[in-house]
Design a protein around this ligand. Sequence first.
Ligand code: GLU
Length: 493
Amino acid sequence: MTIRTRVAPSPTGLPHLGTAYVALFNRAFAHQNSGKFVLRMEDTDVERSSLESDQAIQVALRWLGLDWDEGPDIGGTHGPYRCSERLSIYHDLIAELVAIGGAFYCFCTKDRLDTVRASQRQQGLVPKYDGHCIGLSSQEIQTEIENGTPHVIRLKIPTEGSCVFHDTLRGTIEIPWGQVDMQVLLKSDRFPTYHFAASVDDHLMEISHIFRGEEWLSSCPKHQLIYSYFGWEQPELIHLPLLRNPDHSKISKRKQSTSINYFRRCGYLPDALLNYLATMGFSMPDEREMFSYQEFQEAFTPSRVSTSGPVFDIAKLSWLNGQYIRNLSHSEFKEKLGDWAFGDGRADAILRVMQDRTERFDDVFAQADYLLGERITLTADSFNHKKLSSEDCVRVLYFSQFLLEQLHEWKSEVISEAFKKLATKLDLKFRDFLFPLFVAISGRSVSLPLFDSIQILGLDVVHARLRSAIHALGGVSKKIAKRLDAEWHQHTS
Ligand code: GLU
C-alpha cells in the first residue's frame, strides 16, 4: 500500500501554527515511508474562505520547508485540491448517498431549528436535530424542491447502538449513536460541510493515514458512517494532542500569537520553529530537544507521540531559536539577518517613511526601533492620559483587534478610514482615540505615522502588540470580554 497523508487547512485567516504542526507529522510520516504528502484546501465555508488566506498558508508552509507532493498549485493525480473546485464530485456522491438511504433532505427553517434547540436546552438536553424531515415521501420532497424551498441534506444516524472506531494513539473508542447529531452534509448554498467534503476527499485521494488535531475526535463517528454507507475503508486515524497556551487552554490568538507569519516577522528560524513544533507531540528516543527535520523524519514513529496537551511556550521557543542562531556561521548569520530585514521589502518600506524625518543618519535607528524590534515593555502607567481612563484604553485596543482583522485591504489609508469610523462610534475625539494605539504599537505616545507603522508591521505583529498592551492594562476578564463582544456586535450589525 502506498502511504498517502494530507493536511487540509481551511483558508479562513492567517496561517495557523496548528496547520504547520499537523503538516509536519503528516509529511514526515509519508516521506519516511516513501509515500506522498498532499495539501488540500478545505474552502467549504464560502463566507469565511479567501484566496488570500489560501496563498498565505502556502507561502508559510513553504517557508517552513513543509512543501507537498500534490496540491492546489502543482496539481497531481488526485486533484483538484480545493473543495470549491470539487463541487460536482460532492453533488454526485450526495445524490448516491440519498439514494442508498444514508442521507435525507431537510427543509426546516432556521426559526424551527432554533425553537427545537431552545426547548431541548430547557429540558437539559444537548441540542440536536430532531429528525423532523426524515420521513418525507419522495413526492413531498419533489414538491418542496419544485417550490424552491431552501434545503440541506443531512446524515442519517442509526437509532441505536454505538460507533466503534480506532485511533492509533488512543485505541478503541466507542461513542453511542444517540450522542451524534444528524449532521448537515450539503448546505443550502450547495457547498458541502467539512464532514462530507473531508470524508469524500480523503477516500478519493486515497489517504491512508490521517494525523490531525484531537479536536476532530468527536467528528469521527460521522465520518465513519459516511465511509460505511459507501462501503469505503477508513484511513488510519492518529489524533495529535492539541497545542496549549501556558494556562493549558487550547492555543488561541486571543491569548498568544498563533500565526506562522508572526514568528517569521519576529525572526525565528524555520528550522527552529519546526524543531520546536516536533517536540510538542513527539520525543526523540534519546530525549534530546534539538534535532533537524531530517532526523525527525527518520526517527518518527506514532508510538512515540504523547497524548497529553503540550504547552507552546514562546520563551522556550526563543531559547531554542537562540541555540540555532549560535550554531550558524558568522556569514550565515549575516545572510539570514539580511534576508529577514530586507527580504520582504520591509526595510525599504521603513526607510521610505524615515527619509523625510531624518536630519542625521543616526536618527534612523532611534526612530525605527519599534518597527524592527519586537519586545517593547509596557506598563499600565504607559497609558496615563488626561481624558482617557484605562478602561477606555482597553476598549479602544480591544475593538481595534477586531477592526484590523476584518479589513479588506492592509493599507494605511484603509486603516486610517476604519479607525476614524470606529472613533466616531465610540464617541471619542480622534486624537484621544489614537493615544492608546500609539502607545501599544510604538511604545510611546508620539512616533512615526501610526497608520504607516501598522501597515509595515503587518496584522500578526500588530495583533500581538495590542494583546500585550491590553495585558499591561490588567487584561480583560471573561465577563468584560462578553460585554465588549456584544457591544462590538452592535457596532457592526
Ligand atoms: N479543515 C480542517 C481544519 O482546518 C481539517 C480537519 C482534518 O484534518 O480533518 O483543521
